[in-house]
Design a protein around this ligand. Structure first.
Ligand SMILES: Nc1ncnc2c1ncn2[C@@H]1O[C@H](COP(=O)(O)OP(=O)(O)OP(=O)(O)O)[C@@H](O)[C@H]1O
Ligand SMILES: [Mg+2]
Length: 261
């Protein structure tokens, strides 16, 4: 078994498709025969809800076995992994207490590297081909932890003027993080929630293609109500409706990501 690759999905702009993309790429990679661990790094519990129903997600959130507890105790995260209903796909669930994670980290020695340290035994076990981390829509100490624990960051961007507006802050933040995590790579930008009937998509594409040294994935994800229905049913789109357009798009994106070195 090869080396485990850690990829996080981050963008301080809320609602840009981070959790949707993390979940569906995670499932997509399992369809390519990969073993995947997903980590829900957000108090909104959206990634957890993409695999389990509300009752189960709240049970994990209130238990001793969720990301918040693992980070607070600076524990080996191997003991916090749960199997999802899907083969080859595991999860470390989140907790609403993640809202106070910044406070927990504040007084800790080498606080930017705590997630990295807690994840090292999971990584070193090489059980997983990929570890995918869903970040919250913030830029602070916790997201810095997520980036320092990752080999690569993928930035989902919504094809709207305000979707593009916040990207400057994200890139500045990444530059800061690279000072303490020089090996962190920008995997690329994935354009989400595209309405091809609107001209603005062309503008988005042109603006993003002008950015130097930034890959924009060839696959973009169009608006599809199937995504909302799959989330209402706590399932990735490919498991919920394999024949849908967004299932095909997320499968293509998963292939693109799997091809990247
Ligand atoms: N391709 C799509 N078609 C239709 N709706 C979508 C699509 N992608 C995402 N959505 C919807 O957009 C909303 C935001 O998506 P998502 O939660 O993945 O973004 P996020 O970046 O994780 O948000 P947050 O910043 O709050 O964590 C959700 O309600 C989701 O159902
Ligand atoms: Mg989210």
């Amino acid at each position: 078994m090869g080396k485990t690759k850690v990829i996080c999905f981050a963008n301080n702009k809320g609602g840009s498709g981070k959790s949707t993309t993390c979940s569906n790429v995670g499932y997509g990679l399992t369809q390519l025969g990969k073993n995947v661990l997903m980590i829900d790094g957000d108090m909104q519990l959206n990634l957890s809800l993409s695999l389990f129903d509300e009752e189960q997600v709240l049970a994990y959130a209130q238990s001793e076995k969720n990301l918040y507890e693992g980070i607070k105790q600076q524990d080996d995260l191997s003991g916090y992994i749960v199997h999802s209903p899907y083969e080859g796909l595991d999860l470390i669930p989140s907790s609403t207490l993640m809202s106070s994670i910044e406070y927990e980290l504040f007084t800790k020695w080498q606080r930017e590297y705590i997630l990295r340290k807690c994840l090292t035994p999971v990584r070193d076990s090489q059980i997983y081909d990929y570890i995918l981390i869903d970040a919250p829509p913030t830029l602070g100490g916790w997201v810095m932890n997520i980036l320092c624990a990752s080999d690569e960051v993928i930035i989902p961007v919504e094809s709207t003027p305000w979707g593009l507006f916040g990207l400057g802050n994200m890139f500045e933040f990444l530059e800061e993080v690279k000072q303490i995590a020089p090996d962190l790579k920008l995997g690329g930008i994935v354009i989400t929630k595209v309405d091809t009937r609107k001209n603005y998509f062309k503008q988005t594409l042109e603006t993003l293609k002008e950015l130097e040294n930034v890959k924009v994935y060839d696959t973009y994800i169009r608006v599809d109500s199937g995504i909302e229905w799959s989330q209402d049913n706590n399932a990735p789109i490919m498991a919920y409706k394999k024949s849908s357009r967004s299932a095909a798009e997320y499968m293509e994106l998963s292939k693109e990501i799997a091809k990247q070195q």
